[in-house]
Structures are given as structure tokens and as C-alpha cells.
Design a protein around this ligand. Structure first.
Ligand code: CTP
Length: 417
């Protein structure tokens, strides 16, 4: 395939060397089109050596071969990585005063951008509006991720890792080419027309006005499921329990509708409200199994306890997932997550199969948890069990990659039924 890699002026340009390497290794014909600014981060000889093709930035070079439109016309895919705020703005406005600009206007191939910038620039209404404009035109957007940025700050703005962009390119190229005009509802994604409800995060059960029983879920895996479904064209409602704003902002920027819930009871209400309209419900939230029987009206104090440590009585919460599965409407797919710590002599799969049967769900994504596994980690590993207790898929990698594998399994299960 002919792939144009547009590189713009951000520090993440150095990571794109690895992306080009991966694409060349796959056997693609790769044309790198850096902006003049990008060359201040990584020089021309590097791009030429890695891509094994001549590299130019100006529309005035190689005029005889009409390179300024030829590259775009011949491309099967154009990826812009990193895509700076400036480049996104220029793309939204259709500015074409360099080779990358003309290439982008001359192409009818799928376009993927990997934004990278400081959090404030990403969250600025101008950048958000420009990204939304591109998305409406059918441009695919991967990332940005939340994490450490150049300098001391951290937040959403870090470019997706080259391996993730490479995987996304693979997925785009694997999809049957559609003739839909960019921006039409048919323009992209195998989840177009599907409505998803995804829960994420960890519920908190109040003890008194200042204390709660909680868990370590960050919500990242569930948010990635929501973002992946939206990126593939689904309509997504995310019900978030105590997920960091910066993580939710990324989902909102991807077009996901966010609703918030605090306790298990609030989450149950929110999910029940949204589920009837959904084709797919994914319960990725870590829901408390118990709530405090009597929530104290006032802050519990040691003084009032008078030397006797208090005992907190718990009562069981309803199992939201099992309820959804029992009352699912025809054609609805109910998906659960399971956080498991197998006992000695028992496998993760055995535990997962028991839980899938108990909950009655169509798919169960099982992951191992422990003191250092599952939570607060960038990566995850999932075993996905289907309604015949078979392993539908196994996935390991970033939470985005495992989310994509789960969406694949959901779509495959729906295609079978
Ligand atoms: N879940 C739910 N309602 C609850 C508890 C869990 O909907 N009250 C959902 C979770 O969102 C997840 C799945 O059930 O999709 C499994 O959660 P997990 O905590 O692994 O299972 P539990 O039912 O709590 O079982 P156990 O504590 O025995 O492992």
C-alpha cells in the first residue's frame, strides 16, 4: 500500500521514526512529508534513510512530476503524526501552502491524525472545534493520550505510541474500502449505527459525609472501550464513576456523551436509564458489592466512639450486570468485565467461565488483578469468554489495544447471532 506519513513540528516527531520503520517492515511504500518545522526535530537524511524514499517539504521541488498532488492521489492512507494544534487548524481551514497541505487536499484516501500538544492547547475550544470539524469530514483521530508531556506537566496531549498508531493503520487498511463521502454517516467504522452504553471507573459507598468505601479502578480501560467504540462510528454514552476529568475530556473530545454516577446505586440508576436504548452495554466499572447499611448523617468521630472502634455493617448491592443480562431486549449484547485473582490450582479461565455463567452475559472480559496487576497500569491483558464458554479472543497491550480487541469480539458475536 502507498502510505503518506505527514510529520509536523512537535517533539513527538522522533517517535514517528519508529512508526515509519514499522510501516516499511510491513512492506508498504512510505512517503514521508515533513513540514519545514518538523525538520528542526528530525532531519531529512533520517526520514530518507528510514523510508527508503526521497523526502521533500516544498511544493516547488520535483515540479515536473506534479508531486504536490501526485502524492495525495496515489495514497491509500495519509497519516499525520504528530499533528500539532497548528496543523489541525490548518487542516480544518484547508490551507495548502506546503507539500503536506496540498497532499491532504489532493487525497481521497482515509486520513488519520495523531494529535500531540500541551494539555491547554488540546483542550482549547479552537483545537476542539477544529478536531470536531476534521472528524465530521471523516478524518480519524487517534489519541492524544494522557501522560507526562515535555516539561513538568502531565495531562491529555501525549501522542499515541507508534505501535498503537501502527495498529490503527492496520485496522483502517483492513476495512473494506467504502465509497462514502467523507463526513457522511457511512464514512467510517464498523460500529456505525450501533448505540453503546459503557460504564467505567469505581463506585464509592459513603460511610459518613467525608468517608467512603472505594476501589482502585481508574476507569481507563472502560474509557478506552468507549473511545474505541466512538472512533469506529458508534454512538456512545459513558457512565463514569470517579474518573479523572482529564481522562473524561479525551472521551468527550472523541464525541462520547458523559454521564456521572457516584455510588453503586447511582450507577445502577444511570445504567438502567440508558440501557434500554442501547444495542451494546459494557459494564467495565468496578461496582461495590456492598454498601453501608446506615450512612452516618454526621462525621464519625473518635470522641463519640469513646475508645470503641466502630463496626460498619454492610448490605449487599444489586448486581447491575446480572439484572441487565436477565432483562436484555432482543438483539442486545451484554458485556461484563471480571477482575479475578485465581486461587492456587485454579486458572483465570475457570474462574471467568463460572462468573460468565453466573452473570448470564454474552461476553465476559476477564483480567487478572492483584497488588501490582490490573490497576493503575498502562497495559492490560484480557481473556474474552463468549456465551459458549469459549475463548473468543485474548488480548494484551495498551488499554486502547485491549479495548479494540473487545470491540472486535463484540461485533463478531453480534454478526454470529
Ligand atoms: N457488577 C455489577 N454490579 C455489581 C457488581 C459487579 O454490575 N454489584 C459488574 C461489574 O461491572 C463487572 C462484573 O459485574 O462487569 C464483574 O465484577 P466483579 O467485581 O469481577 O464481580 P462480582 O460480581 O463482584 O463477583 P466477585 O466479587 O465474587 O468476584
Amino acid at each position: 500500500m502507498n502510505i503518506v506519513v505527514g510529520v509536523t513540528g512537535g517533539i513527538a516527531a522522533y517517535k514517528v521514526v519508529q512508526l515509519v520503520r514499522l510501516l516499511v517492515r510491513d512492506g508498504h511504500e512510505v512517503q514521508v512529508v515533513p513540514t519545514a518545522d518538523a525538520l528542526r526535530f528530525v532531519g531529512l537524511p533520517t526520514w530518507e534513510a528510514i523510508s527508503r524514499n526521497p523526502v521533500t517539504t516544498s511544493v516547488h521541488e520535483d515540479v515536473a512530476s506534479v508531486r504536490h498532488v501526485a502524492l495525495g492521489q496515489a495514497a491509500d492512507l495519509v497519516v499525520v503524526a504528530p499533528a500539532t494544534a497548528n496543523t489541525i487548524a490548518r487542516m480544518a481551514a484547508g490551507i495548502a501552502d506546503d507539500l503536506l497541505g496540498t497532499t491532504l487536499l489532493a487525497t481521497s484516501a482515509p486520513v488519520l491524525i495523531a494529535p500531540a500538544m500541551h494539555t491547554e492547547m488540546w483542550l482549547h475550544p479552537a483545537t476542539q472545534a477544529n478536531t470536531a470539524t476534521l472528524r465530521d469530514r471523516g478524518v480519524r483521530v487517534i489519541g492524544p493520550e494522557s501522560g507526562r508531556l515535555t516539561g513538568d506537566d502531565s495531562g491529555p496531549g501525549r501522542m499515541s505510541e507508534p505501535e498503537e498508531i501502527h495498529a490503527e493503520i492496520g485496522r483502517i487498511l483492513a476495512r473494506p474500502a467504502d465509497d462514502a463521502a467523507p463526513g457522511s454517516p457511512d464514512a467510517g467504522g464498523d460500529a456505525v449505527g450501533l448505540r453503546f452504553v459503557v460504564s467505567a471507573g469505581g463506585t464509592r459507598e459513603p460511610i459518613d459525609p467525608v468517608r467512603y468505601l472505594g476501589n482502585r479502578s481508574s476507569g481507563r480501560q472502560g474509557v478506552e472501550v468507549a473511545r474505541a467504540a466512538a472512533a469506529r462510528g458508534g454512538e456512545v454514552v459513558l457512565i463514569a464513576a470517579h474518573v479523572e476529568d482529564a481522562i473524561l475530556d479525551m472521551a468527550a473530545a472523541d464525541g462520547v456523551e458523559i454521564r456521572r454516577a457516584g455510588s453503586a446505586a447511582e450507577l445502577a440508576d444511570a445504567v438502567r436509564g440508558a440501557a434500554p436504548a442501547a444495542d451494546v452495554v459494557v459494564m467495565a466499572a468496578a461496582v461495590a458489592d456492598y454498601q453501608v447499611a446506615e450512612v452516618a448523617e454526621r462525621k464519625l468521630t473518635k470522641e463519640a466512639a469513646a475508645g470503641v472502634p466502630p463496626t460498619i455493617e454492610l448490605v449487599e448491592n444489586e448486581d447491575i450486570l446480572a439484572g441487565l443480562a436477565a432483562r436484555r431486549s432482543p438483539g442486545q449484547t451484554i458485556v461484563g468485565f471480571a477482575a479475578e485473582m485465581p486461587e492456587p490450582g485454579e486458572t483465570l479461565l475457570e474462574r471467568g467461565i463460572r462468573k460468565r455463567r453466573r452473570k448470564g452475559v454474552d461476553l465476559l472480559a476477564v483480567n487478572a488483578v492483584g497488588w501490582s496487576e490490573g490497576f493503575e497500569q498502562a497495559d492490560n491483558a484480557l481473556v474474552i469468554i463468549d456465551d459458549g464458554d469459549r475463548v473468543a479472543a485474548e488480548a494484551a497491550g495498551s488499554k486502547r489495544e485491549t479495548a479494540e480487541a473487545l470491540i472486535d469480539a463484540i461485533l463478531a458475536a453480534r454478526a454470529r447471532s
